[in-house]
Design a protein around this ligand. Structure first.
Ligand code: S3P
Length: 444
């Protein structure tokens, strides 16, 4: 998306509350994995509810370039896999667009396939650190060549006789954990990962769903994951739940526009993803979650949210992995709550699609909210009133764009953003869906 045209937008306070029943697009993490595991399995995988956002479409294109057959069948997607170790050398550079998940997970797959591949990405992704996967994956025997600081473009020469990996994650990262496990699929013996704190476990759930042997045991505050290498992955249908990280935006908008009541159907409720909802409840939010169930190893349910007067909150650092993508929108909600909120331990936000710690602080400041960054903590002084009137720089970051537009729903003066185009990476149809609820958001 380097040659894209920016789409400036503005958001203003609506005259009445937001209301309606809606579904949000499929979970981004599960969608990437469904395509990847489908491509590594024998047989045909049917995926329903796949997120058709830019990030996931990049994964689909990459898996096709590696030899999987991927097609659309009505609203579903079909993947004919090549079996473990069966991928073929891509004829061209793999462009992962804006997606860190796509790039890092694919690096894991490519590490244990004995051919040459080159990955690149857009200007945002080319700034993000890949050393966190290059380091552990090199122990499999793969060779990596990258720009200074281990940035994309990245050349990978996959190992001919891959070794299984044992890796203790230095940071809580589901992407790194998943990259190691994906590499382990085509290595003999057992691949093991220890994580200091539990991170989203969609890879572990989906590996089991496709027939791999994975055991997970508690290890101190974290987990020890053990995968038996070279399993025969069998195609398995995947029903992708709505993305809780996308649901966060209409949920937040309903919480801050008086008189709102919104229901979101089929939201993913994997406990390692629901830190935001726990935090919102601590802030006094009314969230009801009826109809809870488990499908394909993943929990989901419907969610009804009602306008609530929120109070400030102190979020502990150990909650970060379960809500890592939700801090910008949580910060917006903290700005509307009366009192000082402290969101702790956010160092990982610095290496997301943008430096989200600095950019979230700037988003609020330019709209008249008093904010401080203290080490890795974000401190927000909420007064109950958002002056607004600011132009927010979104830095090619979909979640900053949506957070700023939601902020505008509560601000005295309209909030503008420089570019809404990156919203399509994770939430195609966001503006239409929000307008359908009664939100005032338009091109400017
Ligand atoms: C993801 C893991 C998270 C998250 C990203 C998706 C995944 O990154 O920020 O949007 O699908 O594994 P880290 O685990 O690297 O923090």
């Amino acid at each position: 998306m380097d040659q894209h045209s920016p789409r400036p937008h503005l958001s203003r306070r609506p005259v009445k509350g937001l209301s309606g029943r809606l579904s949000v697009p499929g979970d981004k993490s599960i969608s990437h994995r469904a395509l990847m595991f489908g491509a590594l399995a024998v047989g045909q995988t049917r995926i329903s509810g796949l997120l058709e956002g830019e990030d996931v479409l990049r994964t689909a294109a990459a898996m096709r370039a590696l030899g999987a057959e991927i097609s659309r069948d009505g609203a579903d997607w079909l993947v004919c896999g090549r079996g473990i170790g069966g991928l073929v050398e891509p004829a061209d550079v793999l462009d992962m667009g804006n997606s860190g998940t796509a790039a890092r997970l694919l690096a894991g797959i490519l590490a244990t396939h004995p051919f040459y591949a080159v990955m690149t990405g857009d200007a945002s992704l080319r700034k993000r650190p890949m050393g966190r996967v290059v380091d552990p994956l090199s122990a499999s025997g793969a060779q990596f060549f990258a720009r200074a600081g281990n940035r994309l473009p990245l050349t990978i020469l996959g190992a001919r006789d891959p070794l299984p990996l044992f890796y203790r994650l230095p940071v809580a990262s589901a992407q790194v954990k998943s990259a190691v496990l994906l590499a382990g699929l085509n290595a003999p013996g057992y691949t093991e990962v220890e994580e200091p704190e539990p991170t989203r476990d969609h890879s572990e759930n989906m590996l089991r769903h496709f027939g791999a042997e994975v055991t997970v045991t508690q290890a101190g505050a974290g987990r020890h994951i053990r995968l038996k290498g070279q399993p025969e992955l069998r195609a398995a249908d995947v029903d992708v739940p709505g993305d809780p990280s996308s649901a966060a935006f209409p949920v937040a908008a309903a919480l801050l526009v008086p008189g709102s009541e919104v229901t979101i159907a089929n939201v993913g409720l994997n406990p390692l993803r629901t830190g935001l909802f726990q935090t919102l409840r601590e802030m006094g939010a009314r969230l009801d979650v009826p109809n809870q169930r488990t499908e394909g190893g993943e929990k989901l349910g419907d969610m009804t949210v009602t306008y609530s007067e929120l109070r400030a909150v102190d979020v502990p650092p150990e909650r970060a992995p379960s809500m890592i993508d939700e801090y910008p929108i949580l910060a917006v909600l903290c700005a509307t709550a009366r009192g000082t909120s402290r969101l702790r331990g956010l160092s990982e936000l610095r290496v997301k699609e943008s430096d989200r710690l600095a950019a979230t602080a700037a988003l609020l400041r330019v709209n008249g909210v008093e904010v401080e960054v203290d080490g890795d903590d974000l401190i927000i002084h909420g007064t109950g009133t958002i002056p607004g009137g600011g132009l927010v720089e979104t830095h090619m970051d979909h979640r900053l764009a949506m957070s700023a537009l939601v902020l505008g729903q509560a601000a005295s003066e309209p909030v503008r953003i420089d570019d809404a185009s990156f919203i399509d990476t994770s939430f195609p149809g966001f503006l239409k869906l929000m307008r359908g609820l009664g939100a005032e958001m338009a091109a400017s």
